[in-house]
Design a protein around this ligand. Sequence first.
Ligand code: EPU
Length: 421
Amino acid sequence: MDKFVIHGGKELNGTVEISGAKNATLALMPAALLASGESVLYNTPELNDVFTMSKLLKQLGAEIQFENQVLKINSATVNNQIAPYEHVKKMRASVYVLGPLLTRYGFAKVSLPGGCAWGPRPINLHLEGLKKLGAEIELDEGYIIVKAKRLQGAKINFDKSSVGATGNILMASVLAKGTTVINNAAMEPEITNLVNFLLKMGAKIYGINTSILEIEGVDELHPAEIETIPDRIEAGTFLIAAAITKGNILIRGGIDAHLYAVLSKLEDAGMHIDVIGNDIRIDAQNIEPKSIDVSTGIFPGFPTDMQAQWLALMSVADSVSTVTDTIYTDRFSHVPELIRLGADISVQENNALIKGVKKLKGAKVMSTDLRASASLVLAGLVAEGVTEVLRVYHLDRGYQRLEEKLRQLGANIDRVAGQEF
Ligand code: EPU
């Protein structure tokens, strides 16, 4: 297991290129199962989660080629509809194969994802939606088994907005017979990317970018090509890296409309933001961050995937702030580790109360999930002395060579490989 060693206190300056969005790719890849033949995904990030999804699709029989951010998926050879526990336990997004396999082959057997570092993450909405579309569902030895001759369009109302359930039901319904309406559909940009891909494959979907999607099922789809959108969470993480080190960074390819809530909170915290086409400049030089409250919400609200990074920034802000996570109410495993670096944070239920401190001090820290690790790296960038972030395999799931990108901006950060830390 690798670790990062960070000598904090360097101001970050320069330009950083944003990679393709992990959470878009993880939906686009299974969507390629919906049509026989080769689909091509451009701007695909090189991430461990993408490699895990590739392995899963190969296990189903698909052929995969991945070079220079271009991912080719040939689904003509798919001959197996079983997603085993070994894959699903590594990555919950594996559950995305459920909808495409069921609608295309009439059968799928997918391991039920287990718990997660921050508590239960149910998939009841995915299953209720598939049932509405006519699927027979049973649970056997930890596997969900779904069957249907041909899915039938239906009206589906999600009690809660869910990215994964919206993606799964979208993929299932494009080949169903008749019309499906998804009410309270997720509007995250990654879902819009998926809708655009499905449209290119020949699907009929109305209401793109709204919370009511209407899908007119078709008999067949064809393979297609799509560009993956830039990763708004990676872009947001670099925005905070500039803010926390009082630097000045040009974020290339970080679409501002996908980051509105984060940019607006950064402005409230005193940062200067300029949007130049698809690029965003943040100037935080000589600016003491102000303490600003944040509550996470579904898009276009403040993303839960930026909560941990915001908390790192607020740890060194000028006063007192609160951070509330309304999406994942116990996603705070980074807090005890930030406290090891000298932060003053207390958590009650889903609220963190952060009293800004003048400085953080380096220490060994460890994390149990992707965004928590990002928050510890950010804190390490500003902490005095040396911070070691252990178990960075969590980071490698969702950030493409984060340490190299940070080093190009002037950070003193090294990866120490291959030992048991
Ligand atoms: N929920 C249910 N039932 C369901 C599904 C979700 O109650 O069947 C609840 C969840 O417990 C949560 C809320 O609905 O409270 C939203 O969950 P959602 O389904 O939207 O999350 P997800 O699809 O499992 C995706 C991202 C996450 C991101 C969330 C929220 C992917 C692969 N994952 O997860 O990304 O936090 O949306 O925006 O797209 C990350 O990248 O670090 C990450 C965790």
